[in-house]
Design a protein around this ligand. Structure first.
Ligand code: S3P
Length: 170
């Protein structure tokens, strides 16, 4: 049981799980600012995530991501949408846990995620179904380390936000 909790909610989960959409709705409902990590990185770099990956590669993207995460984590209160790979980097997981914020995993089936991501072309790590499923399986044990889990299959983003509001976070 965490007693001295910061008024921070981190939404995590695989790409396509709805972190940004749900995060915005949740933030509006509780009257806190919403911060999207990917958008913060894009604004800071003046380039899209896809361009950053192409230009400097994933390892350097992870460094930028970590610096941006550290910066936005100083904000309070805030609902923060992480990128799909943020929470699975050990240093980030530790940083997030050390903030005392709540971590909520948006748990979607891999079939649902694949269906959503196939329709969007701006994700550098979405290449083909096989590697997508492989990456998902690789990351699953990390996502399971989140404090809270909310299933998203069959729910609208509004309903998912509502379900998060029903969690005993604070
Ligand atoms: C990534 C997911 C993306 C973005 C980058 C890397 C990942 O965010 O941070 O392309 O490693 O899964 P979304 O989960 O918002 O798509």
């Amino acid at each position: 049981m965490i007693r001295h909790r910061k008024r921070l909610i981190y939404l995590l989960g695989f790409m396509g799980s709805g972190k940004s959409t749900v995060g915005q709705l949740l933030a509006r409902r509780i009257g806190w600012p919403f911060i999207d990590l990917d958008s913060t990185i894009e604004a800071g770099q003046g380039a899209s995530i896809r361009d950053i990956f192409e230009r400097v590669g994933e390892p350097f993207f992870r460094q930028i991501e970590r610096a941006a995460l550290a910066e936005i984590s100083k904000s309070e209160p805030a609902v923060i949408a992480l990128g799909g790979g943020t929470w699975v980097q050990d240093a980030n997981l530790e940083l997030i846990r050390n903030t005392g914020g709540a971590t909520v995993w948006l748990d979607s089936s891999v079939e649902e995620l694949r269906r959503r991501c196939a329709a969007i072309t701006n994700r550098p790590l979405f290449r083909d179904t096989e590697s997508f499923v492989q990456l998902y399986n690789q990351r699953l044990p990390y996502y399971q380390l989140a404090e809270f889990r909310v299933g998203t299959d069959g729910f609208t983003p509004e309903e998912v936000a509502e379900r998060i509001l029903g969690l005993k976070i604070f």
